[in-house]
Ligand binder design. Structure first.
Ligand SMILES: O=C(O)CCC(=O)C(=O)O
Ligand SMILES: [Fe+2]
Length: 312
């Protein structure tokens, strides 16, 4: 673990090569399986990350390093969600080959589609401002994983260095471990799942001591198993946190011609062409619909990840 730290400092600026990632893939797979999450530190190069930060700042009308700009009289929402999906900077990361390799290696699947997810800008908590003083930790599951035949992975990228107090991605691995081992005592509580997921507090009692916040440098990709309770905790550091959400999942377009999957492909192409949020993420406060970016020229890989071209 020690030498790994030293190496990733080095790689912080230029990101990983595909070879570097391939060498460590077995280790990452083990981490994900054992703990319910894996942190691939410094995977993505800092220019791509900075471009996404700049896009977020532009959208939110804030300056990255000027605290006087971070707080608004009427914030878009209480949790720092940035309802933007189609910015070229986001696409550059989505079609990055090492990001694809990471998901592909962990899912053990080459034919993937990518989500067109949004971002997060969360400035430090301020108790003197009612709208920025929420301190609660909403640990949750998003998906009723009992219904999925295969593991589902969710993910995000730290665009800037993120320390443990900086609204870091946080999770409860002890619960994941019990679920994975078939030893979870509150399994019957999963009947409370709704389309929006389930709060951990609705399934069992837990304390802050059970929550593990994940510190990692800029460019780190965090991938977690949907069985892992997780959430964003409030930010008590001097700097905002900047995150881009991303996930990939098996495309199934050559193996399955199920109407649902084809719909999925078509609606995603349409979102890309029309510069709109995926349907499930529409209607948020402050969203531009359609978004106002120039069209992004997808690479060969990018075209497959969206669904324009079929995987062989
Ligand atoms: O913002 C975070 O760190 C966690 C976000 C989350 O819960 C999710 O992406 O499902
Ligand atoms: Fe979540």
């Amino acid at each position: 673990m020690k030498s790994f730290q030293a190496e990733t400092k080095n790689a912080g600026h230029s990101g990983f090569s595909r070879e570097m990632l391939a060498e460590k893939m077995e280790f990452y797979r083990q981490q994900l399986d054992e703990n319910g999450y894996v942190v691939i530190e410094g995977l993505i190069d800092s220019i791509k990350c900075q471009n996404s930060i700049d896009a977020i700042c532009d959208f939110m009308q804030v300056e990255q390093f000027d605290r006087h700009t971070w707080y608004k009289d009427a914030p878009l929402n209480s949790i720092g969600l940035v309802p933007m999906h189609q910015h070229p900077a986001f696409w550059a990361i989505r079609q990055d080959e090492v990001v694809y390799d990471a998901f592909s290696g962990l899912l053990d699947e080459e034919k993937l589609w990518v989500t067109m997810d949004r971002a997060s800008f969360r400035p430090p908590c301020r108790y003197d401002l009612e709208k920025y003083g929420d301190d609660a930790n909403y640990m949750h599951w998003d998906y009723d994983f009992r219904k999925s035949a295969r593991n589902m992975f969710q993910g995000l990228i730290y665009l800037a260095d993120t320390d443990a107090t900086q609204g870091a991605f946080s999770c409860v691995p002890s619960v994941y471990k019990k679920i994975r081992a078939g030893e979870y005592e509150h399994f019957d509580q999963f009947d409370k799942f709704t389309k929006k997921g389930l709060f951990l507090s609705h399934a069992q009692e837990f304390s802050d001591k059970d929550i593990v916040p994940i510190a990692a440098p800029a460019g780190s990709l965090i991938i977690w198993d949907s069985r892992l309770p997780h959430g964003c905790v409030s930010n008590h550091s001097p700097m905002p946190r900047f995150v881009q959400f991303i996930s990939m999942y098996p495309s199934g377009d050559s193996e399955s011609s199920s109407a649902k999957i084809e719909d999925d492909r078509e609606s995603r192409i349409q979102c890309f062409n029309d510069k709109r949020a995926p349907e499930c993420h529409r209607g948020l406060n402050g969203q531009h619909d359609p978004e106002r970016h120039e069209r992004f020229e997808l690479s060969e890989l990018g075209r497959k990840l969206v669904g324009f071209d079929h995987w062989e």
